[in-house]
Design a protein around this ligand. Structure first.
Ligand code: FAD
Length: 290
């Protein structure tokens, strides 16, 4: 099923998983998927690392999500190191597997590179990839959105202008970067709706399961840490079990508040952690039923 058919009124809960590092067997993520499937997500998206084995692993997992576990799958795809021909090879493969949904991204520069350099004959922005995928007329397309502005464009209004250009290429769903302050998300939603961006938006939520991991991730994606979360990290950061408990509570409260504000969807960055995802789903069940 295409994701554009999922957002018909009910609030949509979805998950993101990533391929394990090359030296870890794929079975580790399949065990996670087994448990995530039981939580009935509307779809599971699989991240994409450009190049060789990494992209092959992403496709293998997408295949498993869709064809073995019977959960709707969204394949992430990036412009990094890709030409239209190599992109088409991946899209052909996904189409042959029956995958109907693509999250089209520019991608981050490979570790160690200063900034994103479009490959020769490749795409400079996600909007170019979206136009290309749209041209095949067989995929529903999601794209990324940044409530606090993208790291390379901290002027939120300008970033929203670029977002609008991206949406105009034929985007069915926006999924946001993780954020910890719902007020920023609500302000962003007001701005994009005022601009006429009407497609559904899923709010990206990642529970803080350990303090150092969050510092690393926020430095990479630019999400701010509000004072309340900062205090929790200072209080519990040194004791992993306590930090995890506090992080799960914080994320659960964030989601309950988002659902009460009639968000279209919530996309969990599960970090491949089934038990913690299950716990959060249990905490928010009452809010989902309303
Ligand atoms: P774009 O929309 O192309 O934006 C990139 C930058 O260019 C922004 O700063 C934007 O403001 C600017 N820009 C856009 N249009 C213009 C224009 N016309 N003129 C000038 N500037 C412009 N990365 C991965 O490698 N693999 C993944 O699987 C992955 N999954 C993700 C999932 C989600 C939900 C999100 C939010 C991000 C994900 N990322 C992933 C990270 C993403 O690739 C990076 O954030 C990347 O730096 C930007 O991608 P984009 O698609 O938003 O790019």
């Amino acid at each position: 099923m295409k994701i554009n058919g999922l957002f018909t009124g009910e609030q949509v809960i979805s998950f993101e998983i990533f391929p394990p590092k090359p030296d870890f067997p794929l079975d580790t993520v399949f065990a996670t998927l087994e448990e995530l499937k039981g939580l009935n997500p509307a779809f599971i998206s699989v991240t994409y690392g450009a190049g060789g084995s990494s992209s092959a692993r992403s496709i293998e997992i997408v295949d498993k999500v869709k064809n073995h576990y019977g959960v709707e799958a969204v394949a992430h795809l990036t412009c990094v190191g890709a030409t239209p021909d190599t992109i088409d090879t991946v899209l052909d493969r996904l189409q042959a597997l029956g995958v109907e949904n693509i999250l089209a991204l520019r991608g981050d520069p490979p570790a160690g590179d200063d900034g994103f350099v479009p490959p020769e004959n490749g795409f400079a922005y996600a909007k170019d990839l979206i136009r290309h995928v749209k041209g095949r007329d067989c995929f529903s397309i999601a794209a990324a959105a940044y409530p606090e502005g993208h790291l390379e464009c901290r002027d939120v209004d300008r970033d929203i202008e670029y977002l609008q250009q991206k949406v105009e290429q034929g985007v069915d769903l926006l999924i946001t970067q993780l954020f910890f302050d719902n007020a920023l998300f609500y302000a962003f939603m007001e701005k994009i709706r005022a601009k006429g961006i009407a497609c559904p938006v899923s709010a990206g939520i990642m529970p803080v399961l350990n303090a150092s991991q969050v510092k690393r991730i926020t430095s990479l994606c630019g999400a701010g840490i509000p004072a309340k979360l900062q205090r929790l990290m200072e209080k519990y950061g040194a004791v992993p079990a306590d930090m995890e408990k506090a992080g799960i509570e914080y994320a659960s409260e964030q989601i309950v508040d988002l659902l009460a504000h009639k968000v279209n969807g919530v996309h969990f960055y599960t970090m491949n952690k089934a038990r913690q995802t299950k716990e959060i789903m249990g905490n928010i069940a009452g809010a989902l039923r309303k």
